[in-house]
Design a protein around this ligand. Structure first.
Ligand code: GLC
Length: 446
């Protein structure tokens, strides 16, 4: 399917949609059009030239406001690469490219098209529900979504079973990249607990595209590739991976996104009349929602990642501390504590929300997941804040995001103090985050 590249401005009169007259939205659409590869959208043409698991559904949410066909295709293409086990891989290498490391040869997963062997935050069910709700013909949209819902049920099962074989309700990640916050300060202690067995400094390609100061260190890369080699050595077998991995952590972000997605998947299954499927998801949902409470670090007064190998919380508070709101899993006292954390971050930053709280040791406002503000995450955090009635805080995130984009364009991430644009350029999910926000405002006004 070749999607329309007609700029929204010329479609505005036909659809009557207010947001498409917005200059930023017009530019956002230009980014999504330029990154369109007929079937999927690349996050950034040079830095990330393939399909990424959780970028795609967020892009699809934005597309739902403009081009529903392309929105569906984005998710269909993603789920077409699902493994028999239920895993939906974090990268799908649809076409060869020598501008990215690690390529398929490092993973050795033997798939066609080639894929990585790990997953990413399971946000797709939430995005699919959104697309259906946005559709002008929700019956037809639901019908089209039916096979995707079957895929999603299998993927959620994979998370709840393969990544929680003991049935605790807390799922684990076996690689920092599964969190989608690749080199967060959160992963420093768990990663520093083992020695790397490779040196990949000469193989890296990221620094050809982005200033080294904004990217992870060499020893970090050596460790994350060591983890890939280890998983490959056990043939990507789920249980063997859990048993042998040198990194096993419960991430507040993945857990919260999964719980929210369970809720949305349950709603989709009910709409489709699949009561047995809905019942199954309801069991996972209630157990995993309750388990979020175990990620509350009473001493820190915040939700934090838990390192299962070390048996302790990581010593950092990151932006995922807000996401239990997004999961609808927070009581009144904790909601109040989260709101205070949010207010504190607002006083510490001109452009919130930093990926890691600025008073955390290791915070770096220019380096990737170690401090900068990421618009896609702002969008998710704002969703949770609104869910608990913290509208002013959600609005602050919206206006900070808008100011960042207006100042520095559609970059991958931004310095929370100067607003400087960092990382990749022409970034798809940054454009998507803005289009979703603009589209929702339009919806509220209509
Ligand atoms: C980086 C991010 C990850 C994202 C990918 C593509 O690896 O950490 O979350 O999915 O880039 O944008």
């Amino acid at each position: 399917m070749v999607s329309s590249s007609v700029p929204p401005a010329t479609r505005a009169s036909a659809s009557g949609r207010a947001y498409i007259n917005d200059e930023l939205a017009r530019k956002a659409w230009a980014v999504l059009s330029a990154n369109n590869r007929s079937g999927y959208t690349v996050p950034s043409p040079e830095l990330f030239p393939f399909q990424w698991n959780w970028d795609s559904p967020l892009v699809a949410m934005a597309l739902a406001h403009i081009d529903e066909e392309r929105a569906f295709v984005e998710i269909e293409t993603l789920l077409a690469s699902q493994w028999e086990s239920g895993l939906v891989p974090h990268i799908i290498y649809h076409v060869p490219s020598d501008g990215y490391f690690p390529g398929p040869e490092v993973w050795g997963t033997d798939r066609q098209p080639p894929t990585s062997g790990i997953s990413q935050p399971p946000i797709a069910a939430t995005c699919l529900r959104y697309i259906i709700e946005m559709s002008a013909d929700s019956d037809a949209a639901l019908k089209r979504a039916a096979p995707l819902v079957v895929n999603l049920l299998r993927w959620h099962r994979w998370w709840h079973e393969a990544r929680d074989p003991e049935g605790t309700g807390l799922v684990s990640i076996l690689h920092p990249w599964e969190s989608g916050r690749d080199n967060s300060v959160d992963w420093d202690e768990p990663l520093n607990a083992f020695e790397p067995v490779v040196d990949v400094s000469k193989l890296r390609k990221d620094r050809l595209h982005v200033d080294a100061k904004q990217r992870p260190s060499d020893v970090y890369y050596d460790r994350v590739i060591t983890l890939i080699q280890l998983a490959r050595s056990v043939g990507w077998n789920d249980l063997a991976m859990v048993q042998s991995s040198l990194f096993r952590v419960c991430d507040v972000g993945v857990q919260s996104i999964l719980v929210r997605a369970d809720e949305d998947l349950m709603a989709l299954l009910r709409l489709m009349g699949d009561q047995a499927g809905a019942k199954q998801v309801e069991c996972w949902h209630s157990k995993s929602r309750e388990a979020i409470d175990r990620l509350w670090d009473g001493e820190a007064g915040a939700y934090r990642a838990f390192d299962l190998r070390a048996g302790k919380f990581v010593p950092s508070t990151s932006a995922t501390a807000f996401l239990p709101l997004y999961a609808g899993a927070v009581d009144e006292t904790k909601a109040k504590a989260i709101k205070e954390l949010c207010d504190r971050a607002f006083t510490l930053c001109i452009f919130a929300m930093p990926q890691v709280m600025p008073d955390t040791p290791g915070y770096d406002p220019d380096n990737y997941s170690r401090g900068p503000t990421w618009p896609y995450l702002n969008r998710i955090i704002a969703d949770g804040l609104s869910r608990y009635g913290f509208r002013d805080s959600a609005d602050r995130l919206r206006s900070d995001t808008q100011r960042l984009i207006a100042r520095s364009g559609y970059r991958e991430y931004y310095n929370p103090t100067s607003g400087e644009g960092l990382g990749g350029d022409q970034f798809a999910w940054t454009a998507a985050a803005w289009l979703i926000w603009a589209g929702l405002v339009e919806k509220e006004q209509s």
